[in-house]
Design a binder for this molecule. Sequence first.
Ligand SMILES: Nc1ncnc2c1ncn2[C@@H]1O[C@H](COP(=O)(O)OP(=O)(O)O)[C@@H](O)[C@H]1O
Ligand SMILES: [Mg+2]
Length: 321
Amino acid sequence: MSLVLLTSASGAPGVTTTTLGLACTWVRPAIAIEADPVGGSAILAGHFRGFQAPTLSTADLVLAHRAGRLAEQFAAALLPVDVRTPERRARRSGEPPRGPGAAKAAPGGGSGDPGTSGSEVRRPGRGETGGRTAGEAPAVAVLPGPRSHPQARSALELWEPLSFVWRTLDREVEGTDDDPGTPGTDVFIDAGRLGMEWYAESLLDRADLILLVTRSDLPSLAAARPWAERAVETHRLHPETPAWAVALVGPDHPYNVREVAHVLGLPVLLTLPLDPRGAAAYSQGLRTKPRRPLDRALRHGGTAIREQLAATRKVLHHVQS
Ligand SMILES: Nc1ncnc2c1ncn2[C@@H]1O[C@H](COP(=O)(O)OP(=O)(O)O)[C@@H](O)[C@H]1O
Ligand SMILES: [Mg+2]
């Protein structure tokens, strides 16, 4: 189980889109956690298009935590994400494909289907197929974030205990002839913008890897640079703290990967092309074919992330022993 946190320094470079995109293209079951303190849950309003039935909020989880029921209520708060195309869903269900505008329910009403597989609430787990047949991509789920900015304040007491819950999520277990094993669930966190009031600061220490999401223009890099310098210095002094890397959205607009890595002093682990339609699949729940340039880049970046996580584990093992 790995914990990857995504964050930004300024603007809206694509943290939410990239977090959800990574979870949906990841090779193992994945959970996307919305921890952006801005509130209003961009994922519920964007990806789920306001059609998803309201579920437990972070405020409910705070109460569950105080009652010692966080692990079970966390599982109940998760929403499954259906990453199949409309054609594929229709083939499974035997129904004709529905366009993204086919659902009739009013936003927030919760009774419609914007293209997700339904309102059943459960987390991906052992043997979970998320509505897919065995052998297809593994299950993906989302924990919607604080519904309002003030709710983010109370959620602050939630993040660290939740990170312990995530650490207990199914670990990878190799299968045998009789047992298919457990693929292990990884967690991607959308932490929103650094320095924001009620930012989930405690998760910065809990992550295995932190991705600083930025565009390649000068204002974006100027805002990202002080954070990158601080991260490099912290990691130099405390090698046991999480490594930082860059997720570059829109390389060559105008600065290229090499220039960005040089200016920020961090490796660029993920390079994502500007692909408005591919991005809208995640940020606005628009259904597209899975072979968008963005999806290809996310899969490619996923491999680099897994390599980085494996390298980090080796270094940590070395530091601790
Ligand atoms: N790789 C990309 N290519 C094109 N547009 C993108 C890309 N990533 C994100 N976007 C778009 O940028 C806007 C902001 O994205 P979002 O993920 O909400 O940013 P943030 O979470 O950083 O505020 C959205 O309209 C989204 O579709
Ligand atoms: Mg966002």
